[in-house]
Design a protein around this ligand. Structure first.
Ligand code: GLU
Length: 471
């Protein structure tokens, strides 16, 4: 059997990282089994689907280096096919024309809810006589096509979850084709997966109840049922489902922040899937393809761990030759700051300092901020109050005096000055360096102090000290 998987996004917005993970799992599974990976655009929700979103989706997939076999398929081009299959079901009395208007349906729904019953279709149109149907059709009464549900438990073996049992009575006769001729997701997905000979459907567990409907449709249409693998949710740090309020959730946002394709791909691959070698989370695409299978995909939800993604992405950044990074980082700096105040040599030094350990490329902006913002805009360091007392302030004041008098400020000058002040005031180690770093740069941590001070130059240092003493 040739393994065939698919990614079937709806182009209704930017690609969520959860969707990207679904694409990655399907892609890895197909590549692992030497099978085919198909792309299908599920754009039957005419109001929410746009070509622009479709293009963005494709751009994101290409950026993630996920390639697909065969021509991508767009569902809106296939409405005739779905209608044909729905009519076949009508002919076989497995589906029926439903002439109920939206108003009738919602008043019935409200009535059931008032009677504390789970709302479901009451089957009225399934009882229409052939003659009544004929007349309605002749009169051009708009209709949808509904599937006649034979109420029974649906049991299937999920490749991740094991046996899944969905009790009868969870849903009533459901629509296959809407009155606007558009198929509903559960119907088009079955027709397409069957016609495209999809063997494995890997998708998020929120589709489990859809899977139940889909299985009965496969059976009604006489199609073989594919294997299903439902992945658990992706949670944020606070244990709730990962959403916008937790920060960046789309591939586009990560791409724009300067995460690398390989870094994000690797991270999403191991989000809910455990590689076989313990502790080895950084894996090349070749290794991921070699090892990935559904048997090591977790049954329980995976936590989206930003610090792990940052670490992993940072590892990939380290592998890029600095020559390649330089223009990108320089342009990020240029877009955000006026580089005019420094000469070529200084810019190069600032760049090197900022690029020491980046988790994502746009982090450079924050890393070099000190060199470009004006001292009045420096915010109060968290631990300032702790250090704003004697003998530390005396040291800072002496440093200020010496710097104001000095003519040439370079690394050597600062090295000697700190040594001398240390001796003069009996300050050593942290008690010597911390007050100077904190008051002269406004930062608690940073790269080599003498280099930073040299780059900042006399005026800025003095102004930052004045600012910090005034907090
Ligand atoms: N268009 C559906 C979605 O984006 C596809 C679900 C599936 O994989 O069947 O959620």
């Amino acid at each position: 059997m040739e393994v065939r998987t698919r990614f079937a996004p709806s182009p209704t917005g930017s690609m969520h990282v959860g969707n990207a993970r679904t694409a990655i799992f399907n892609w890895l599974f197909a590549r692992h089994h030497n099978g085919k990976f198909i792309l299908r655009i599920e754009d039957t929700d005419l109001e929410r689907s746009t070509r622009e979103n479709e293009e963005k989706l494709i751009e994101d997939l290409k950026w993630l280096k996920i390639d697909w076999d065969e021509e991508p398929v767009r569902q809106s081009d296939r409405t005739k096919i779905y209608e044909e299959y729905a009519l076949r079901l009508v002919k076989e009395k497995k589906a029926f024309f439903c002439f109920c208007t939206d108003e009738v349906l919602s008043s019935k729904r409200e009535k059931m809810m008032a009677e504390k019953k789970a709302p479901h279709y009451d089957g009225s149109c399934s009882r229409l006589s052939d003659q009544e149907i004929e007349e309605n059709l002749k009169k051009g009464v708009p209709y949808s096509i509904r599937f006649k549900v034979d109420q029974k438990d649906i049991i299937f073996q999920d490749l991740i979850k094991g046996e899944v049992n969905i009790k009868a009575g969870m849903f009533g006769d459901f629509v296959l084709i809407r009155s606007n001729k558009m198929p509903v997701y559960n119907f088009s997905v079955v027709v397409d997966d069957a016609l495209m000979k999809i063997t494995h459907v890997i998708r998020a567990e929120e589709h489990l109840s859809n899977t139940a409907r889909q299985i009965i449709l496969y059976q009604a249409l006489g199609f073989p049922v594919p294997f299903f693998a439902h992945t658990a949710l992706i949670l944020a740090d606070d244990g709730s489902k990962l959403s916008k309020r937790h920060g960046a959730t789309s591939v586009e946002e990560y791409r724009k922040k300067g995460y690398l394709s390989d870094g994000l791909f690797n991270y999403l691959s191991i989000l809910g899937w455990t590689p076989p070698e313990e502790g080895k989370d950084k894996l090349s695409r070749k290794e991921l393809i070699q090892f990935f299978d559904t048997d090591r995909v977790a049954k329980s939800p995976a936590k989206f761990d930003l610090s792990k993604l940052n670490w992993l992405n940072g590892e990939y950044i380290k592998e890029i030759p600095f020559e390649e990074l330089r223009p990108v980082l320089l342009s990020l700096m240029g877009q955000n700051y006026d580089l005019f105040f420094y000469n070529q040599d200084e810019i190069e030094k600032i760049l090197l300092l900022g690029a020491r350990s980046l988790s994502y490329l746009s982090q450079i902006i924050k890393e070099v901020e000190l060199f470009f913002i004006s001292p009045e805009n420096i915010s109060k360091p968290l631990s300032l109050d702790e250090w704003k007392q004697e003998p530390h302030t005396a040291l800072v004041k002496r440093f200020y005096e010496e710097v104001s008098k000095a003519e040439t400020l370079n690394e050597e000058f600062f090295g000697t000055l700190l040594k001398n002040l240390g001796k003069e005031l009996g300050a050593k180690g942290k008690n010597l360096f911390m007050p100077i770093r904190l008051f002269a740069t406004g930062q608690e941590h940073g790269p080599d102090l003498n280099t930073v001070l040299t780059l900042l130059g006399k005026n800025k240092i003095l102004k930052i000290i004045e600012q910090c003493l005034s907090f």
